[in-house]
Design a protein around this ligand. Structure first.
Ligand code: HEC
Length: 114
């Protein structure tokens, strides 16, 4: 391997690392699609309750700021905020899905309630 190919590889690695370090930008329409897995518990008209593992109230998410939604999900993942159901949900979300869902709920209106 000559010096030129080594520098090409080094440059490629550098740009890959730089691309990964970029902050993830949320896409609200992708988030609307992904929110199908949240709506069974959240934004349900009349009570917002889930019965597993105990009876919990599932809060309204529509209209919450993107930063708030993302922070809640991060807290469930890390265990700062404890709830077995939301821990399980937050654990399977990718950073991109979290950004999408946060962007979506920030613009979602309460009229969309089922
Ligand atoms: C099986 C029911 C269930 C599902 C599915 C579910 N959640 Fe939750 N969620 C809850 C419950 C119950 C709480 C309240 C937990 C607590 O007391 O901390 C909650 C809390 C939250 C909170 C904190 C809101 C606040 O104001 O404190 C956020 C954000 C959240 N969920 C996002 C989501 C997202 C996004 C999805 C879909 C990817 C989702 N949840 C799917 C039941 C659910």
């Amino acid at each position: 391997m000559n010096q030129r190919s080594i520098s090409v590889i080094a440059l490629t690695l550098f740009f890959c690392a730089a691309a990964q370090a970029q902050t993830v930008v949320g896409n609200a329409s992708a988030g609307q699609y992904e929110s199908a897995m949240c709506e069974g518990c959240h934004n349900v008209r009349g009570g917002f309750k889930t019965e597993f593992p105990e009876v919990y109230r599932a809060p309204m998410l529509n209209g919450q700021s993107a930063a708030y939604i993302a922070q809640c999900l991060a807290d469930y993942r890390s265990g700062v905020r404890r709830n077995p159901t939301m821990k399980a949900v937050a654990d399977i979300l990718t950073p991109q899905q979290i950004a999408n869902l946060s962007a979506y709920y920030a613009v979602a209106k309460n009229q969309k309630m089922k």
